[in-house]
Write a protein that binds this ligand. Structure first.
Ligand code: GLA
Length: 386
């Protein structure tokens, strides 16, 4: 792969110092509870961002994305938030790495090519962040641990991009393992690997190809609403540090003390955490149908209690409910667009894609795209592109 020559292009991707492959992620269940100290069940996937890095002998850095264009900055100057949204994923990480290892970085070239659709809820952003973090760590031999790389990437999103995200995406992208799911406790960061064994079902993502621009602001609002709920509950129950730890029976006693909206958010969070633990048990027992039912419950909660779905996502989930070959379906990720994640009988995958695309096109006049995913390893430095 050699990129079109642009004035900013100096790296020949046939001759990099290192190549990094950084995956997107799926999340089986446990949505919007990472920032509430709950449990999540993500996995890294076989769709990736590839990055070629090369050291330079001066302090100028050039970053060139195949899809988004190129920009430059000086590693020895303070980094500023950019008006060009995507650049902040890179700049935020570089800033975090420089602060973690002052004086250790020099100039570099980085070329980026992505297979991950943006706004699809499969964490193209975390893939980019964690890829830059891993690339700089290996290129300059910085010795940062995986947990440090995860934290630097997450804080880039808080400080440069402005989304107060939880830890799930960066953790899954960094720590993912082929054929495994990560049952991650977001309060302690303890995790357990679980076999990603769903036969005879396949994991199919249906991309609505809409990404309503509420996503970022509403995300931060949900976080604040959860903080409000916790603050009220903590007055009587100071032992709870995180909302996800509060049992549903206690949340129910706050119906009058919280606004209806905040009460609904808290109910969802408590239930979703319990569902995730139950789901991990069912998957380990091979009860995929039982797990599928929980996926539908999660969607219902995200749509009605947490209000982060949208008509396009609801339509696809509703459509699947009438099809016995689809055992579970729900919106995935932050919401307001992006993908649904579906567990579909292997022999029905093509037919399902076909009928969902037709129905979706008829209803919204938008083309649906589908992604059949497998789990994969987290971000890694590779010797060649294959
Ligand atoms: C986004 C955030 C994650 C998580 C999910 C919802 O992907 O980056 O931290 O909160 O939304 O589960």
């Amino acid at each position: 792969l050699i990129f079109q020559q642009t004035s900013l292009m100096t790296i020949n991707t046939n001759d990099p110092d290192i190549i990094v492959k950084s995956p997107g992620r799926i999340n089986l269940i446990g949505e919007h509870i990472d920032y509430n100290g709950g449990h999540v069940l993500p996995a890294a996937i076989d769709r990736k961002v590839t990055m070629w890095f090369r050291k330079k002998d001066n302090s100028l850095c050039r970053v060139n994305s195949e899809d988004e264009g190129a920009f430059t900055f000086d590693i020895n100057e303070p980094l500023q938030i950019s008006d060009t949204h995507w650049e902040n994923y890179v700049l935020g990480v570089v800033d975090g790495v420089v602060k973690a290892r002052p004086q250790k970085l020099g100039g570099f070239d980085c070329v980026i090519s992505s297979e991950l659709p943006i706004g699809a809820g499969i964490s193209s952003s975390a893939a980019l962040e964690c890829g830059v973090a891993k690339g700089l760590n290996d290129l300059f031999d910085l010795g940062l641990s995986n947990l440090e790389l995860i934290e630097i990437s997450r804080m880039a999103e808080h400080n440069f991009v402005g989304t107060k995200c939880g830890v799930m995406d960066q953790f899954a992208v960094t720590m993912g393992k082929r054929k495994k799911l990560l049952l991650l406790n977001c309060e302690t960061l303890d995790y357990k690997l679980i076999d990603a064994e769903f036969a005879p079902y396949k994991i199919l993502l249906l991309n609505t190809n809409v990404s309503h621009n509420l996503a970022s602001s509403e995300y931060n609002t949900r976080r604040e609403e959860c903080e409000q709920a916790l603050a009220v509950i903590q007055k009587d129950h100071p032992a709870y540090d995180f909302l996800a730890d509060v049992p549903e029976s206690i949340i129910e006693t706050y119906k009058e003390k919280l606004s209806e909206k905040v009460y609904q958010r808290a109910l969802f969070v408590s239930r979703e955490n319990a569902r995730t633990l139950k789901a991990a048990e069912l998957i380990q027992r091979g009860d995929i149908r039982g797990f599928g039912k929980l996926m539908y419950q999660t969607h219902e909660g995200l749509s009605k209690n947490y209000e982060v779905s949208c008509p396009e996502l609801d339509f696809l989930v509703d459509l699947s409910k009438n099809l016995p070959q689809v055992v579970g379906s729900r919106m995935m990720g932050g919401g307001f667009g992006g993908c649904t994640i579906n567990l579909v009988e292997e022999g029905f995958v093509n037919e399902f894609m076909d009928l969902a695309s037709k129905a979706y096109k008829q209803k919204f006049d938008i083309n649906l795209t589908s992604i059949l995913v497998a789990t994969s390893n987290g971000v890694e430095t590779v010797n060649s592109e294959s």
